[in-house]
Design a protein around this ligand. Sequence first.
Ligand code: SF4
Length: 245
Amino acid sequence: MANVGMAPSSHDLDLRCADVMPRAVKISHHKSQQTAAPLIPPKPTIANLRTAAAGCKACDLWERATQTVFGEGSVHAKVVFVGEQPGDREDLAGHPFVGPAGRLLDQALAEAGIARNDVYITNVVKHFNWAPDQRGKRRIHKKPRYWEINACRPWLDAELAVVKPEVLVCLGATAAQALLGKDFSVLRRRGELVKSSLAPHVMATVHPSSILRAIDDESRRQQMQAFIEDLRKIVPLIHKVGKAA
Ligand code: SF4
């Protein structure tokens, strides 16, 4: 049953939370205050969070997306990677990081010596935010707005509370600024371990999609190498603390 006790209550509004909600949830109508918090199960597991998130309508992004794309990976993962949002392929497939950026992440993880099976991968926003291109044929990625990130944050917080990673890696500026502060600069601080209450070790680096946008092959090769070097920094941290699988 959803934790309706966590809902803000000053102005009531139907959250449109559909099937996962046993009864209507009361929530503030201010967009910036509307969050998924009332949907978090009282005893969260990744499985029941995923089920609850499938019916989330706490912000408007569900309307044009195909489905919720929840995080995936080992619940005992020592590393959690957090990106911005699912892309076009992820939206259709229902799985995070399965498109071109995901393949590039897989390659970088392999080269850094980190098995994808040992990590948990998710996004700060669980629905694909897009707009049609000029001809209306392609879905163009749109950056999520702050109230959408805020609305979705309870899902991420619950994932982190269940997985309890040793290392948290923010992929790209949206994730880094959502989790480490709006002034955080990935450009200046990538690969740096930063203090955070989110995990014992926290780092930000670029989003792999930025490498795909490199202007030529040589620049792409250099950016990929820098990304792999960032990932290599977390390898000793993963191996430092044993954790039952
Ligand atoms: S983006 Fe997040 S908060 Fe918004 S509807 Fe989707 S799951 Fe819910």
